[in-house]
Design a protein. Structure first.
Ligand SMILES: [Zn+2]
Length: 426
């Protein structure tokens, strides 16, 4: 416990300097009493100022030494032991940090309730948000995130008041059934229980809201796997920052999903449609109209929708690949050369194909024909592709092409390039 910390509900205090050290650019000082709460267990420390002789000096950092808060401030040149100063925290910053931190209690409790064997593996929170690392034997997906978010939101809306109880380790363990193990050691001495009615109870020395209604909003906006069954959950409680997350989603994902639908629209003309994707398109158009009215619920449901859609799209694209291969195989398996001499020359026009398709076509023809040369001209995307298994040198042939100027690279066997222009025919 901090010796000279004036409590969690005092935000400004006039007090004395008990010890100080001036460096070139900053001052380190101890105060008789302080309102500044330093970084603790992943929660960032306070911001604020020290006022002395009608001047404000910003707090640059806070640490703990000898159970007392060490204040690092902008250089206060004329300070002395015994000088009277006013210490003032940035209340807005404290509130934001406390809101995120208190929400972290709720999320941590919820994870522990759903997954009793889960273990906390790391924690951080500042004024913008929070993140919790948990080890759990369960695969995390957006459906689980939706459930977590729902439970935390329900807890937040109970408007439970905070209660703080100082107890010894034995009482914490036996009466309150709290684990007093921390990093494989048992905690000793006086401990602080932070309790929000029946909603949450934890041992903690951080700063918290007085009532859960002060947590204005809650959104788990992302998660990631860190390996070893450890998942990192990212959450925010500030309404404006959460709105930013909605906007980011709208910009990034809607563009990405629109591109997938465009790709699908082109393919379905040739390869047929997919019922799931057709339905998803309708849903997508509905959601798109409503992005301005996103809340955490619609945001997370949209995330789930996008993930399912991407899965369906991928399956469709795989099917299309197979169909496309079959189609190209049948189209080109028995093709006759355009020029049938000592060297057979095949000149093909295609469009909308990818490199792997060009390769597939050329390899198929060259496998069936010795001493041959195949070129594919794609007028739509202005691509040229050629391969040879005989005396014609692919790259030379492309460079000296009779009809087009082509810029590209290659070797004797294969070459490809961009069609720049049609050559003037004399
Ligand atoms: Zn706490």
């Amino acid at each position: 416990m901090l010796k000279n910390f004036k409590g969690y509900n005092v935000f400004e205090i006039t007090t004395k300097i008990t010890e100080f050290l001036n460096k070139v650019k900053f001052t380190l000082l101890y105060l008789e009493e302080t309102v500044f709460f330093p970084e603790s267990a992943g929660q960032v420390g306070d911001l604020g100022i020290i006022q002395f002789n009608n001047k404000d000096y910003k707090i640059l950092g806070l640490t703990i030494s000898d159970d007392k808060v060490v204040h690092k401030t902008e250089l206060i040149e004329d300070i002395e032991v015994g000088s009277i100063v006013t210490a003032k925290i940035d209340k807005n910053h404290r509130d934001l940090v406390s809101q995120n931190h208190s929400a972290a209690h709720l999320l941590f409790d919820t994870l522990r309730e759903l997954f009793p064997t889960s273990l906390g593996k790391g924690y951080f929170n500042d004024e913008n948000g929070l993140r919790i690392d948990m080890q759990l034997n369960e695969k995390v997906d957006w459906n689980l995130i939706l459930k977590l978010n729902e439970i935390v939101t329900n807890k937040r809306q109970t408007t439970a008041n905070k209660e703080e109880i100082i107890v010894d380790a034995k009482t914490a363990k036996e009466e309150y059934n709290l684990s007093i193990e921390f990093n494989e050691k048992e905690l000793e001495g006086d401990l602080r229980i932070v309790k929000f009615d029946h909603v949450s109870i934890q041992l903690c020395s951080g700063t918290h809201v007085n009532n859960l209604s002060e947590i204005k909003d809650f959104l788990i906006y992302d998660f990631e796997s860190k390996g070893n069954n450890i998942y990192r959950f990212y959450a925010k409680t500030n309404e404006i920052l959460i709105k930013d997350e909605y906007n980011k989603l709208t910009e990034k994902e809607i563009l990405e999903v629109s591109n997938l639908f465009d790709k699908y629209a082109k393919l379905k003309q040739q390869f047929g449609n997919d019922q799931n994707i057709e339905q998803a398109l309708e849903t997508f158009l509905e959601i798109k109209k409503d992005t301005l009215n996103f809340n955490w619920d619609s945001f997370l449901k949209f995330k789930i929708f996008i993930n399912d859609l991407k899965k369906n799209m991928n399956e469709y694209f795989v099917q299309v690949e197979t169909k496309k291969k079959d189609f190209l195989f049948n189209k080109y398996k028995n093709i006759e050369p355009n020029i049938n001499g000592e060297t057979k020359i095949f000149i093909l026009e295609e469009n909308g194909l990818e490199n792997k398709d060009y390769n597939f076509i050329c390899d198929l023809i060259l496998k069936n024909n010795s001493n041959s040369y195949v070129e594919i001209i794609d007028q739509t995307s202005k691509m040229f592709f050629c391969k040879s298994n005989g005396s014609i040198k692919a790259f030379e042939r492309m460079q000296e092409h009779q009809t087009f100027n082509i810029k590209g690279g290659g070797n004797e066997k294969t070459a490809q390039g961009k069609i720049i222009e049609r050559k003037n025919s004399n």
